[in-house]
Design a protein around this ligand. Structure first.
Ligand code: NAP
Length: 244
């Protein structure tokens, strides 16, 4: 098998690139270009959108890609749909690498919602000092919530419109339980809002919320194309070996 395209932007994608590279596979990771200073994986990297599924299919052909691994974030809907369509169109082997979602445990006070608008609507009834960790995109959903104060944590500065009462904290994971507890205590946080991103890099906020008895609004994952899916890098490595 020749080059493998990893659609990235996640810790899992970086770990997979390192794993395949370490096994002598030629990998190229694609990033959207959303983050100003992305953490770069080993191997080749390309940055920027492809221009939709047809353009991606053409790119796969002209770059002699042997297989596509979609290791993008569970909430990155469009690129996953595009990859599924492009791979089918061009007959490229295609695998989705998706970390499992988070599951509620004893002592958790989670409120599941279907999107950011619903999350924003639920905030006033559940809390007044919010740790908002849903990322830089889509924050306009919270712009109309004036009866709560928000600590907005994201990697790069967010664009307006934002909630009127807020502070922006630029930071990126992984986070620790001690750090999250200190943040919650320092800002008198009484509710956490998150996407169901899954994985260990950002789950400490959930453990901290449980420790402090705080409610958490959890945004459900969007629907995805039905494609062959692996839960970890080991499965992808095995798949790559058989997909030659
Ligand atoms: P999205 O809505 O699915 O994608 C929007 C457009 O951005 C796509 O149609 C594609 O443009 C381009 N794109 C996205 N990911 C790309 C990639 N890996 N390589 C090349 N082009 C890509 O994605 P998003 O939610 O904005 O996320 C962007 C990136 O950030 C993803 O790579 C994702 O893994 C990462 N990320 C997202 C989240 C999140 O909460 N959404 C969180 C952490 C990391 P074209 O149609 O022009 O090809």
């Amino acid at each position: 098998m020749s080059r493998i395209l990893i659609l990235g932007g996640t810790a899992e994608a970086r770990e997979l690139a390192a794993e395949l590279h370490g096994r002598g596979r030629e990998v190229i990771t694609s990033l959207a270009g959303r983050v100003a200073r992305p953490r770069l994986p080993v191997g080749d990297v390309r940055i920027g959108g492809f221009g939709g599924p047809d353009a991606l299919a053409a790119w796969l052909l002209s770059n002699e890609i042997a297989a596509v691994v979609d290791a993008t974030h569970p909430f990155a809907e469009r690129i996953s749909a595009s990859a599924a369509q492009a791979a089918e169109q061009g007959g490229f082997p295609h695998l989705r690498l998706e970390r499992p979602g988070w599951t509620e445990g004893q002592g958790d006070r989670w409120h599941w919602v279907d999107g950011l608008d619903e999350a924003a609507a639920r905030v006033p009834e559940l809390g007044s000092r919010v740790l908002l960790t849903t990322g830089r995109q889509g924050l306009s959903a919270f712009a109309g919530v004036s009866d709560a104060w928000f600590l907005i944590r994201c990697v790069d500065p967010p664009d307006d419109p934002l909630p009127p009462r807020r502070e922006v904290l630029l930071d990126r994971g992984p986070y620790t339980l001690e750090g999250e507890l200190a943040l919650i205590d320092h800002h008198d946080i009484d509710i956490v809002v998150t996407k169901d991103s899954g994985g260990d890099h950002t789950r400490a906020k959930l453990d901290a919320a449980r420790t402090r008895g705080l409610p958490v609004i959890v945004v459900r994952r969007p629907p995805r194309p039905e494609v062959e899916t692996a839960a970890g890098a080991d499965e992808v490595v095995a798949w790559v070996a058989t997909a030659q």
